[in-house]
Design a protein around this ligand. Structure first.
Ligand code: SF4
Length: 112
C-alpha cells in the first residue's frame, strides 16, 4: 500500500490500472448468494425476504428477485436457505445498467 501511495505522489498518478490477476486472498471475500431454484419453496422465499437486512431480496409471484446492487453479501440468507443457496464466489459485479444486477430466480414450488 505504501508503495502505491508514494509512487502516486512522485508521479502525480491518482489512479491505477485494474489488477492483471486476482489477489490470492480474494477467495476470502464474502460474495452475494446464488440460489438453487429446485430447492426453493414459497415459504422459504418468504423467510429469505424477511431475513435480508438490505431489502435485496423480494418475492414477485413465482420468483425470488435478488438485487445484486443492494446485496451487502452479509450471508444471513445463506444461513436460512441451507442447501438452497451458496456463496457465488463472484465479487466483480460491474454492469452497464442497473437492471443487469437484478436476478429473477424461479421458485420451483411457490405454493409450499
Ligand atoms: S447476502 Fe445478505 S444482503 Fe445479500 S441477499 Fe443475502 S441476506 Fe440479503
Amino acid at each position: 500500500m505504501a508503495f502505491w501511495f508514494l509512487r502516486g505522489l512522485r508521479k502525480g498518478v491518482v489512479t491505477t490500472r485494474y489488477p492483471v490477476e486476482v489477489d490470492p486472498w480474494a477467495v476470502l471475500l464474502p460474495t452475494p448468494p446464488v440460489f438453487d431454484p429446485r430447492r426453493l419453496t414459497g415459504s422459504l422465499a418468504e423467510r429469505l425476504v424477511a431475513t435480508c437486512p438490505s431489502n435485496a431480496l423480494v418475492r414477485e409471484g413465482g420468483y425470488l428477485v435478488l438485487d445484486l446492487g443492494a446485496c451487502s453479501a452479509c450471508g444471513r440468507c445463506l444461513v436460512v436457505a441451507g442447501a438452497a443457496a451458496r456463496p457465488s464466489g463472484v465479487f466483480e459485479l460491474a454492469a452497464t445498467s442497473r437492471q443487469q444486477l437484478v436476478k429473477r430466480i424461479p421458485i420451483d414450488r411457490p405454493d409450499e
